[in-house]
Structure formats: C-alpha cells, structure tokens
Ligand binder design. Sequence first.
Ligand code: 5GP
Length: 216
Amino acid sequence: MARAAHSKTIARRGLMLVLSSPSGAGKTTLSRMLLTVERNLELSISVTTRQKRPGEVNGRHYHFIDRRRFDQLKQKDDLLEYAEVFGNCYGTPRKPVEKALKQGRDVLFDIDWQGTQQLRERARDDLVSVFLLPPSSGELARRLHTRAQDDKKVIQARMAKAGDEMSHWAEYDYVVVNRDLDRAFNDVRAILAAERLKRERQPGLSAFVRGLVAQM
Ligand code: 5GP
C-alpha cells in the first residue's frame, strides 16, 4: 500500500517544452544539457530540407529529407507544425510526440516562433514555452562566429533574422536571458519542475488522493 502512495506511480500526461531563441543564443547547448539530466524528457527530432552540417547525424539531429517528401508529410497531416526558416522547410513529426505524451513522457522542441504559434493553437494545455534571449547583440554575433559552421553570408542572414525572431518574445510563457549557461540551465529546470507539478498534468491524482483518504 505504501508503494502505491509513492508519487512515481501517479499517472501523468507529458508536457511539450518548447525552447525558442535566435540562433546563437545557446539553445542547442542548453537542450543537450537538459536531455542529459532529465530522464523523462526526450527530444522531438524534426524533419528538414536543409543541408546537413558537418558533424550532424541523420536521425539524431534532424531527419534530412527532400522537398517532395516534406510536402507528402504535410499533406498526410503527419506534421504537428511546420515552417520555413532561412529558405528551408522544418517540421515536427506528429506520431512520436503523441506517443510520448500519452505515456507520460515530456518532449523538448527546438523550434521557432512560427512552430510555437501552431502548437499553441493545437495543443495549448500541453505546451510550456520558453524564449531564450542572448545577453547582448555583441555576444550573439560572437557566438555565431565561434560556431563557424556556416559561411559568412549565412551568419549575416542569421544576425539579421535574430531581431525578427526576438520580436516574438512576448508570446512565450517564460523568458530566460542566457547571461550564464549554468544559471539559464537551472532556470529552465525550475520551470520544468513547476510545470510538471500542475494539477491538470497529473490525471492520476484523484485516484491517488482517494486512496490516501481511504487509508485514513
Ligand atoms: P538550424 O538550421 O540552425 O538547425 O535551425 C534553424 C531554426 O529552425 C532554429 O530556430 C530552429 O529552432 C528552427 N527549427 C528547427 N526545427 C524546427 C521545426 O521542426 N519546426 C520549426 N517551426 N522550426 C524548427
């Protein structure tokens, strides 16, 4: 009986944690850190029509597909959301997300504001959105150059786009300024911890409390 009262046995529905930011604000590093420590969190792997960068692995960073395949997925309604970013198409495969949420697992999304808007329209109750801001424009430029995976023209385009992306900060539930990576990491973990405790995310609570009361 004491075992049944342990919180791990309370049925819960997973949540969708969206992390958006302009490129270079530290989103990828932060996502990696979160996935290392948060065992109940899995990454949604997007499909994209963009070229693979050095070091990227198909099926791990993205599913790299061509435009024809992308259009097929869109038509079959197999994408939970999709958008065009920097002239390439990106989208979130629906099935893995739905499966994870049903099993009580949380899903992390590294998607832009357009995708977040679509998720908000389609799945408001499951969504927790976090916008990550760089501490300054100089720091953002420095990070984009250090990354140096893209050529100069791409970097310039990304800087120009950063302003656009950042103008959507107010649409997000939470905003974290990434001055210090460890601090930002702890902030996002705190958000996740609090959101997991929301009553409506724990459909097993009624049965749990009934059990508790019955034992009184
Ligand atoms: P990158 O090409 O640098 O990997 O990603 C470019 C932008 O596309 C990033 O802002 C990233 O968050 C966004 N992105 C990646 N996957 C998706 C997706 O499935 N949907 C949407 N809407 N944006 C995505």
